[in-house]
Each structure stands twice: as C-alpha cells, then as structure tokens.
Design a protein. Structure first.
Length: 340
C-alpha cells in the first residue's frame, strides 16, 4: 500500500449543495424523457431468468442526503441487485476489519479485464485485485463475520437492508437460476483457495455470494443506498447509521476506480462520480455530500452496464453540477495577476 504519511491528519469535507427541489425534480424527469427512446444494448442472458426482463423498463431516482426523493419512470419496479451488492458487502467488511486489512487482503486496483476473468487472478499471483470484480467480491464475502454460511448470509441480508432502509427480499427464482449457472464463480473460488486467499469452504462462499446478488431492489432503493454512502454512512430516510464516514470514503474510492469493470476509466472520465453497475440493469451512482442516484434499464452494453442508466446519469451529472472533477474560476471579473 501507498505510504501516504497522513496519520492524524483530519479529513476535511467540502461538497456544496444541489439546486432547489423543483429544479432537481424537473431534471430527473428530463433525464428520463431524454433517454427513454434509446434501444441500444441487449438484456443479459447468461443467467437464464434475467433474459426474461422487459427491455422497455426504465426508471431513474435521485435521493438527496436530507431524504428528499425525486423519481421518474419505473423507479419502483423490483429487480435483482446483482453486482451492485459488491459495494455494500465491501462496506460492511471494511466496517468490521478496517481500511488497511481489507485493502491488503482484497486489493484496490483495476484489473483492466472482464468482471469474471480468471486470467486476472493468474496474472497477479492469486491476488483478487479489487472487490468489484467477481474474484475480489468472493474474497470479500468470505471475510464477512459469522461462523457459518447462514450467519454470514444473515449479516449481509441485514446490512444491505439497513442501507436500503427496508427489508430486502431474496428472489428465490433468481437465486436458483444463478446457482444453476455459477460454474465459473465456483472455479474462481477454488482458484483463490489454491492460492491461499480463501480460508472458508469456497462452495459455501459462492452460495452466499449468489444469494446476495439475488436480493430484490428498486431504482429508488439504490438511490437511498447511494445517499447513505453520500451522507457519511447515515441512511437519510431512516436516520440510522449503517457504517462510518471512513468506510464510505473507502467504498466510494473503490467504486470510482473499479465500479464499471473495464469501462471504469471511461465512466470516471465522462461522468466524474463513483458508480456501480449490475447485469440486471441496475446502476448506482453517488455524489458525495449531495445525493445518490439509482437507475434501472435492462439493456446492457458489452461490458454489462445499463445503456440508458449511463445516459440518464451522465445527463444528471452535467445539469446538477455533480462531476467531482468539474471546476470554474472562482470569480468572473478580471483579476490582477499575482506577482511572485
């Protein structure tokens, strides 16, 4: 890990605020209207049940850190959370084990390869590299507290429900379909075991991971979960502290670097926000200190990211002033040059 020499230096926060309520509301609706006609992409089919999703579904939601909710389209339609769960299980594990331990065990760097790559593990001497690819997510799930798989699953279910502000339900059909087709994840878990990176039964870990990906959420839930990360770990709807502000910082950094798989660099370049996608069509984006954005549209690009979700989020990032890299001169009048 980087020797940053910042121990004891307090983290300062300066994030600004969103525009007024009516403006945010109208812009969320505009983001939906602007992109709902897009037909690009294809519905995922490598998990058979996902192939039955209605490709026309499209919802967008923004939840502010004060709890304000803005929705358009199919924002209350449920779908399985899939890989978006990785972000929140990572946050829960960080809360238990701490910043340095999880970074060392799981990693933080982008592989540059597909989310289910076996080659990435071999190229990095068995290291999973980051928690947003499947190898790293399996390693993270294995670190969840609990002496049995049942206890680990209960902790994950409870934790993700706390992020969402409601009791999330396991989609049994998605779970069964995922279990019938997760051969590659079982192989990845076995490979991690062979490198000494997993000290639990790898098949038990894959089963718990498959369950966490099968929880049912809505775009609105994703926005609440994102707003919880945006607000230093406090759910803005329930008022419950779910994780610490430090855990949120670590999770958002991981999402910024790795949240959209091999397209993460392009995403950060164009959108300028931490985000995480899932192959059922969900997309989570976080504007630190301001809001969470949840989008849902099942048509995906070749990397497994929702096409209309990305378009709607890109629009909102621009019009709401969310891009964390955007800046402008602090005064518009002419200024005298400084003399040094």
């Amino acid at each position: 890990m980087l020797d940053s020499n910042i121990e004891g230096v307090e983290q300062s926060v300066s994030t600004g605020v969103l525009p007024g309520w009516e403006q945010v509301d109208s812009l969320v609706i505009a983001s939906h209207e602007r992109n709902r006609a897009c037909q690009d992409g294809a519905v995922a089919d490598y998990i058979p049940v996902l192939a039955r999703a209605d490709p026309e579904l499209f919802g967008v939601c923004v939840v502010e850190v004060d709890g304000g909710v803005h929705m358009a389209g199919d924002a209350n339609v449920e779908f399985s959370i899939q890989s978006i769960s990785k972000a929140f299980v990572y946050a829960l594990v960080c809360g238990e084990l701490g910043h340095a331990a999880v970074a060392d065990l799981v990693g933080v760097n982008n592989t540059g390869l597909a989310f289910n790559s076996v080659m990435a593990i071999e190229l990095n001497d068995g290291h999973p590299m980051n928690p947003m690819v499947n190898a790293g997510a399996l390693a993270t799930t294995a670190l969840m507290p609990g002496t049995t798989p049942e206890e680990q699953w209960a902790a994950i279910h409870s934790g993700l429900s706390a992020f969402a502000g409601r009791d999330l339900v396991l989609d049994e059909e998605v779970y069964r379909s995922g279990t019938a087709t997760n051969t590659r994840n079982r192989a990845i878990a076995r490979l991690l075991e062979s490198y000494g990176r997993m000290d639990r039964d790898p098949l038990d870990v894959v089963d718990v991971y498959t369950k966490q990906c099968s929880l049912r959420v809505r775009a609105r839930d994703l926005a609440v979960m994102g707003a919880t990360l945006a607000d230093g770990g406090v759910n803005p709807v329930t008022g419950e502290r779910v994780v610490s502000a430090e855990v949120c910082r670590d999770t958002l950094a991981i999402l910024a670097a790795n949240g959209l798989y091999e397209r993460s660099g392009e995403w950060l370049f164009e959108i300028g926000l931490p985000g995480k996608s899932g192959v059922s069509g969900g997309l989570l984006t976080v504007s630190p200190g301001k809001a969470g954005i949840g989008a849902f549209s099942p048509r995906l690009d070749s990397a497994g990211n929702s096409v209309r979700g990305q378009q709607a989020t890109a629009y909102l990032s621009r019009v709401l002033g969310l891009n964390i890299f955007a800046s402008q001169a602090h005064a518009t009048s002419e200024r005298s040059p400084k003399v040094f």
